[in-house]
Each structure stands twice: as structure tokens, then as C-alpha cells.
Write a protein that binds this ligand. Structure first.
Ligand SMILES: [Fe+2]
Length: 321
């Protein structure tokens, strides 16, 4: 069933989505979802989409099997690491000095039945002020999404703070109501103010820029005061230049999985991104904007990681004079 057909059978969902993103954005997103289901070439910001090429997964599975590396690669999928990143901001309100954001990215929650429970165990021990999810909840880019949402529901039980999210290239706009029904606030080309005492900073999010090219930085940014600290959630780093010139202070993204299957020394073979390699993993900066690309909390294409552990990231905002 196509995205548009799916919506015809559920008028309540149609009305919900029109109210959330507006009829033009909804029609455009659904049109691309229907016309370009699992395209291997040409749609979006890269020429080729390995996640839509099932042969790639079969070949990698075969290679891992004959080299007897399948079990180790699979075990690495739940061998999480917690990374710390400090973001220095000279105009940060003092009330937000030390404010900590937990970023989970590219969860692909239906990759393995045991994945949500394994992640939930790690979440129990973390301390943070808000949680952000930077897209890709489903393993495939198309098809049913119920298992992914059940996995999301499982990990939400261990997230005890306000949670904000965006959609990635594996996510249908039809998932929006299910995600928000879990108490997660999606930011689809919009922003919200985070308040402490009488001060605030702004958190914005854009719809997927990688495959659906549904991002609108202007809508996400325009209502943010010029002197306010502005944070951006974007699924991929590919819009980094535009985000910097728009005026954002700090951008959190994912999508690249930092390569996922890497050579020793964490050398990525590919980032599946049209952005330059310096944006492929970890902290980076461009113009006046700081950025961070998560290596991904989950995994895609195949349930395997090498030399590239799945990560949960704690971003600590720091006031610097
Ligand atoms: Fe992605």
C-alpha cells in the first residue's frame, strides 16, 4: 500500500497530519514517498542509496558468513558507547550552563528483536535534561513501521525527560502520529523555546533533508530571535552550509552511521552523504556554527558493526565568556 493509499483509509490520520504540517508539506512528502519508494538512484541529495539495494545486504551477509565474522558484527550492534561532547556558546544564558542533551540517532529499532531492550538497559544509567532523536526509527525505508514504533515505545519507558524528534530517510510522514502519541514532540520545520527561570534557548528541527528533501530551514528558524541560542536537529549533515548561514549555533545530526563497517582506526569506507568527510562523524564546525554527527545508536542495511561502535551522545552546553 502506498503512502497516499494508506492515508485514504484513515481520514483521522489525514486530518491530524494536515493540522501538524500543513496540506502542502503533507502532499509534497506523500507524493515523493509514493513516487520514489526505495529508489536506488537519483532521488534526494546522493546519487546512490545503498539502503534501498537489497543485493548489498545479501552480499555483506555472505561475506560476513564465509569469513565467520557475522556473530561478532551482530554482537557489536548492541555494544553501545556513551560519548560526551561539549558545546561552548558565548551567548548562552547562565541558567543553561551545563544543560545536557541526550542524542539518540538512527535507531532502526526493528533491526533485531533484542535491540530495544538492550538499549533500554543503557538508558537507565544516564542523566540529562532533554532527549533528542535525530531520525530513522525503521530498519527499511518502506513497508510496515509498527515494529519500529513498538521499539520506540519500549525505550521511551526509560527516557525520563522531555523528548524531541525529527524524521529521517527511513521514516514515513505516516509515522508522525504514532511517534507523537508516545509523548515525543516532533519538530518538522519548526522550533520550540526551552525555558529555565526567565531565560530561553531555541530548539529547531527539520524534516528529512537526505532522501525526501523535505527540509525547510527558513520555517524552522525565522521565529527565533537573533540574539537567542539556536540548536538544530537535522537527520543528515548535508545541509550544514545552509544551516550555518541561516544562523544556527549548533546542529545535531546523524545518518552517516560514521561508516558502520569501518577499517581499523575507525576509517569509514563511505558515509552515504553528499556532505564533505569532515562532517561524517563526531564534532565539527563550519563558519560560526558547531556541529555533531552521531555514529548512530542503531544500525542499518545489515545487523553488523566493525570498528565503529553504536553511540549515545551527551551534549553539554557551556557558557564561555
Ligand atoms: Fe538515514
Amino acid at each position: 500500500m502506498s503512502a497516499i493509499d494508506g492515508l485514504k483509509t484513515d481520514p483521522d490520520l489525514h486530518d491530524y497530519l494536515v493540522q501538524r504540517v500543513g496540506k502542502s508539506q503533507l502532499r509534497r512528502r506523500l507524493g515523493i514517498e509514493t513516487e520514489h519508494v526505495a529508489d536506488k538512484f537519483g532521488q534526494g541529495r546522493t546519487l546512490f542509496h545503498i539502503e534501498n539495494w537489497s543485493t548489498a545486504a545479501s552480499v555483506i551477509h555472505f561475506l560476513l558468513k564465509i569469513t565467520r565474522m557475522s556473530a561478532r558484527g551482530k554482537a557489536n550492534v548492541t555494544d553501545f558507547c556513551v560519548r560526551q561532547n561539549t558545546v561552548d556558546l558565548p551567548h548562552l544564558p547562565i541558567e543553561f550552563d551545563g544543560f545536557t542533551i541526550l542524542q539518540l540517532s538512527d535507531l532502526h529499532l526493528d533491526i533485531l528483536p533484542e535491540f530495544p531492550d538492550a538499549l533500554a538497559q543503557v538508558l537507565k544509567g544516564l542523566e540529562y535534561d532533554i532527549c533528542v532523536l535525530t531520525g530513522d526509527y525503521r530498519f527499511l525505508t518502506h513497508g510496515p513501521h509498527e515494529k519500529a514504533l513498538h521499539g520506540l515505545e519500549r525505550i521511551c519507558k526509560e527516557i525520563n525527560r522531555d523528548t524531541y524528534a525529527i524524521l529521517g530517510n527511513h521514516d514515513s510522514i505516516l509515522m508522525a502520529r504514532g511517534i507523537e502519541s508516545l509523548g515525543i514532540q516532533l519538530l518538522l520545520n519548526e522550533n520550540i523555546a526551552l525555558e529555565r527561570a526567565k531565560s530561553s534557548i531555541h530548539l529547531a528541527g527539520i524534516d528529512d533533508p537526505h532522501y525526501y528533501a523535505a527540509d525547510n530551514l527558513e520555517s524552522a528558524y525565522d521565529s527565533i530571535p537573533d540574539d537567542a541560542v539556536s540548536l538544530l536537529l537535522a537527520h543528515s549533515p548535508e545541509i550544514y552550509r545552509h544551516a550555518a548561514y541561516t544562523g544556527f549555533d549548533f546542529m545535531m545530526c546523524g545518518h552517516t552511521h560514521a561508516g558502520q563497517i569501518c577499517l581499523p582506526g575507525s576509517v569509514a569506507l563511505a558515509y552515504n552523504s553528499s556532505a564533505p568527510r569532515f562532517t561524517g562523524a563526531g564534532a565539527w564546525s563550519f563558519d560560526l556554527m558547531q556541529g555533531y554527527t552521531s555514529a548512530g545508536t542503531g544500525s542499518s542495511v545489515v545487523p553488523a558493526r566493525f570498528n565503529c561502535p553504536p553511540e549515545l551522545t551527551l551534549h553539554r552546553l557551556r557558557l564561555v565568556r
